[in-house]
Design a protein around this ligand. Structure first.
Ligand code: AMP
Length: 398
């Protein structure tokens, strides 16, 4: 992947438009989780330290081109300023006279946050005039929002074609981690894919079987594969209409030399609730009135053994209904094992997408993984092998 980083740019005195992800959880106008803000601090600090003028661009929520007061970025100013230990100014618009006046007042090393880009319809349409209006306030464009890179919007894609552009530190870390995991990985590569349904992950599975050496399938989606192979899965979550799709994926895996590992046993219960009475059964003994809520002890041992063989691990989705104990057991055990192998320097582990971050946090394993992506949709599209427009634009202009 060829793209420029902040180290390749002359930032001193320049107006640097930085696209960041500030789509933070908010309640009653207060930011309730600062994880995303923390992720962009290195980029802001580096640009400010190089005497660039940091002009932050971001979207918040889905105002669909209208000025919706509850979707203002203003509440982000204070936590951002506190975490940085630096003053942060705010402009009530991201284009036009208001934005221009605020930018004109900036001194080198200063930081300015512009209002929600999605207050304008041109943002999501990637309208060239809107992109030009954004570009009018900058000399350089930095994209630090990998999580928004699957969208070709004006501030995520259009700007890269109008100004000298580069990746910010978070984008760089994400691209390096993802590249190491799938573009040029150390083999053997193991993918662990779980979660509720096959239907939401067909493209992902098709892409992975062509790229990885081993694919562990767990969670509710494994039931569809087991049923396609003739297992009676009782009342389990199962997409019977996707039996052909499951078979096609297994055939493709066989052609590509990818070993598919399905559960060998199952933890079943009659109710989907924490502490529900449960038992571990073999696949040919799943009671007709029970549902599979986790993979069993034998399956866990197999997953651990595959992790021991692997040099690289890509993980998306829990192996069971991890939100309700004890059906979190397999996810926790496998995550802890991968974390330990990573700590020992024997595994490069990359995880992300939707519930995966929550599952790894629950297992207290996230901090030991090589990289955990907080980008939901963008991470999944990358796992699907799709080109991310925001990344492609940086590559094209490098
Ligand atoms: P996803 O967003 O596709 O990664 O799916 C995550 C969800 O799958 C979590 O809420 C889990 O509770 C759920 N899940 C995992 N395994 C099972 C299972 N065996 N039966 C029902 N739901 C499951």
């Amino acid at each position: 992947m060829a793209y420029r980083s902040l180290d390749d740019m002359d930032l001193a005195g320049k107006r640097v438009l930085v696209r960041v992800d500030l789509n933070v959880p908010m309640e009653d106008g207060r930011v309730t989780d600062t994880t995303r803000i923390e992720r962009i601090l290195p980029t802001i600090r580096d640009i400010a330290a190089a005497n660039g003028k940091v002009i932050l661009l971001a979207h918040f929520g889905r105002p669909k081109g209208e000025r919706v007061a509850s979707m203002s970025l203003k509440p982000v100013v204070r936590p951002l300023s506190e975490l940085l230990g630096l003053a942060v100014d705010f402009a009530e618009d991201c284009i036009g006279a208001e934005a221009a006046a605020a930018v004109d007042k900036m001194v080198p090393g200063g930081i300015l946050l512009l209002e929600n880009t999605r207050y304008h319809k041109g943002e999501e349409k990637n309208d060239p005039d809107f992109a030009k209006a954004l570009a009018a306030n900058g000399d350089i464009y930095v994209n630090d929002a990998f999580s928004a890179a699957h969208r070709a919007h004006a501030s995520t894609e259009g700007l890269a074609h109008l100004l000298p552009s580069c990746a910010g530190r978070t984008m760089q870390a994400e691209l390096d981690a993802l590249g190491a995991a799938l573009a040029a990985p150390k083999r053997p590569v193991l993918a662990v894919v779980g979660g509720a349904k096959v239907s939401s992950k067909i493209d992902l599975l098709e892409n992975l079987v062509a790229k990885v050496d081993m694919l562990v399938i767990g969670g509710g989606m494994a039931n569809t594969f087991l049923a396609a192979k003739g297992t009676d899965v009782g009342k389990s979550l199962c997409e019977h209409d996707l039996a052909d799709t499951a078979r096609r994926i297994m055939e493709k895996a066989a052609r590509e030399g990818c070993e598919i590992v399905l559960p060998a046993d199952a933890v079943v219960a009659r109710e989907f609730k924490a502490g529900a009475e449960n038992e571990t059964v073999a696949l040919d003994a799943i009671p007709a009135d029970a549902m599979i809520l986790d993979v069993g002890a034998k399956s866990i041992e197999t997953v651990k053994a595959k992790i021991d063989i692997a040099a690289t691990l890509v993980w998306n989705g829990p192996l069971g209904a991890f939100e309700i104990a004890p059906f979190d057991a397999a996810t926790v055990a496998a995550a802890a094992h991968a974390a330990a192998r990573t700590r020992e320097g024997k595994l490069l582990s990359v995880a992300g997408g939707g519930d995966t971050v929550a599952a790894l946090n629950h297992a207290r394993a996230a901090q030991d993984f090589s990289y955990v992506s907080t980008a939901g949709g963008a991470f999944l599209e990358w796992l699907e092998g799709k080109t991310l427009p925001g990344v492609a634009a940086l590559e094209a202009e490098a």
